[in-house]
Structure formats: structure tokens, C-alpha cells
Design a protein around this ligand. Structure first.
Ligand code: ADP
Ligand code: MG
Length: 261
């Protein structure tokens, strides 16, 4: 069974202890269909979605608002159950971390206590681990600050540190930078890439922003009209320069594909 950080700030669940060698998980979505029963009848969000995500890869799900991106992440995390189809992981006991659009920090807890909170049932946790992950997101000066004493970008850094602190094999990120100003978002994207390159994690990232998807990902899945209608490998070397000819040419191709549905 996969473990996951829960949808609610007060219901987060700690994963395993830190392993000697970091591991990354594969995700397999097989003929995945999700519908919701609403007052107006059945709403089918998507149908027969097949996606296979390689361990250690950075894959982005791109789609307009309401296309079902968050629903897919919630299915992967186990918060929601599919109407039909299957989700498998390799290894099958993967640990999953979740970063939300807003970091959902407990306001009465400091940064360090917000991380400690998800390790309530983890005897191997110590403040040293919490500090290690706050250091990783450049918050060494802020261990004992409360969320209200931090900027929006710093609060989101705590959310990322908290998700990473359970040493997940898979990190799910649902529009994590869309509430931030563009300069801060850009800083966090660069840091996320650096962290991804240091720690061997599979990242399944959701956004509605094509440029963000191209800047970050190995691969972009486009979701719309109830299906994954495009699956593009991003053929750009890292680090990526957003005004290089290759970037602009791929961007045009991605935009054309995005608007084809
Ligand atoms: P996105 O994240 O791409 O904006 P969502 O996955 O949040 O889209 O939602 C996709 C569709 O599913 C929307 O039409 C939304 O109204 C519907 N939906 C999502 N969650 C529920 C729910 N719990 N009950 C009913 N409909 C839902
Ligand atoms: Mg969403």
C-alpha cells in the first residue's frame, strides 16, 4: 500500500524512515476512469487514461482549469478511488509526498514544528531531520518562525520541506507555485530542479502554465476533453535557457499541440 500525506493539514501522515540510498518510484495508471455523482447526474472527468511514469523522471500534467489534473493526483495519492481502472506503483510500497497549491501550514506551529507534525508516529524522526530539510529549501534562518512571519515563497518552501522530509519515492505537486509572484515562482522552480537532481525522486507535477511545464519537465502530458491527448518528451538540455532558439521552437510546438484540443 502506498502511504501519502493527507489532503488536510491536520491529517498528514508520516512515511518511512530515511533510507541509506534514496529510491524513486514508478507510477502506472491503467485504463483509469473517474466520474463523480453530482446533483445534476454523473460527471465523467476522464476515461481510460493510461500513463506510465519512469522512476526518477520529472513528468508534468498540463491542462486547463477543470480538466481533472487535481483529480488524477488525488487518485495517485489514494485520497480518491477510481471509478474503474488501476493504479500501480513500483516498488509497490512506495511513499508519496504531496505539495499543494497553498502550503496548509498550522499557524500555531513553527516551521520546525510543522515538519515534526507529520512525523508524529515516526520514532526515527528527530529535529535534526527537520532542520536538514529546512536547510535544503534554504530556510536555515527560520526554523523557529511561525507561518505569519514568513513570505508566501518561504511558506511554500516549508510545504516542500515537509513533503520531502518523509523521504518519498514519489513527489506529487499540484500547482505549487501558482499563488506566488513570478520572480519568487522562478526562484522556487530553479531550486526544485536542483533538489530533484540531488535527491533521486519521481516528480509528478501539475500546472496550467505551459512555460513552467517546459522549463521543468522531462515529459509533458496534456489533459483535456477527458483524455491525455498529447504526450511530449521535452528535448531540451538542462539547464534550460528560456530564450534559446531550441526552447522557443519547442514552446511553439507545445502551444500548438496544447490548443489542438
Ligand atoms: P483541475 O485540477 O484540472 O482544475 P479538478 O480535478 O479539480 O480539475 O476537477 C475536474 C472536474 O471534476 C471539475 O469539473 C470538477 O468540478 C469535478 N470535481 C472534482 N472533484 C469533485 C467532487 N469531489 N465532486 C464532484 N465533482 C468534482
Ligand atoms: Mg486543480
Amino acid at each position: 500500500m502506498a502511504s501519502h500525506t493527507d489532503d488536510d493539514a491536520d491529517g498528514t501522515e508520516a512515511g518511512g524512515t530515511r533510507r541509506a540510498e534514496p529510491t524513486a518510484g514508478a507510477i502506472h495508471l491503467e485504463e483509469l476512469t473517474k466520474q463523480f455523482d453530482t446533483d445534476d447526474g454523473v460527471e465523467r472527468v476522464f476515461e481510460d487514461v493510461d500513463v506510465h511514469i519512469e522512476p526518477g523522471s520529472f513528468v508534468t500534467l498540463l491542462g486547463r482549469s477543470g480538466s481533472g489534473k487535481s483529480t488524477i493526483l488525488k487518485l495517485v495519492s489514494g485520497v480518491l478511488k477510481p471509478t474503474s481502472g488501476e493504479i500501480r506503483f513500483e516498488p509497490d510500497d512506495v511513499t508519496i509526498g504531496y505539495v499543494f497549491q497553498s502550503p496548509r501550514l498550522l499557524p500555531w506551529n513553527t516551521c520546525l514544528e510543522n515538519i515534526e507534525f507529520v512525523h508524529e508516529h515516526n520514532p526515527a524522526y528527530s529535529d535534526e531531520t527537520g532542520r536538514e530539510y529546512l536547510d535544503l529549501v534554504d530556510l536555515s534562518e527560520h526554523y523557529n518562525k511561525y507561518p505569519s512571519q514568513l513570505s508566501g515563497g518561504q511558506r511554500q518552501r516549508v510545504g516542500i520541506a515537509r513533503a520531502l522530509s518523509i523521504d518519498p519515492d514519489i513527489l506529487l505537486m499540484d500547482e505549487p507555485f501558482s499563488n506566488l509572484d513570478e520572480i519568487t515562482a522562478e526562484e522556487l522552480r530553479a531550486e526544485l530542479l536542483s533538489i530533484w537532481q540531488q535527491l533521486n525522486k519521481t516528480i509528478f507535477f501539475v500546472t496550467h502554465d505551459i512555460d513552467e511545464a517546459i522549463e521543468l519537465s522531462d515529459r509533458i502530458l496534456m489533459l483535456g476533453d477527458g483524455q491525455i491527448y498529447a504526450d511530449l518528451d521535452v528535448p531540451l538540455e538542462r539547464p534550460r535557457s528560456i530564450d534559446s532558439e531550441e526552447f522557443l521552437s519547442f514552446r511553439q510546438q507545445a502551444i500548438d499541440t496544447f490548443h489542438s484540443v
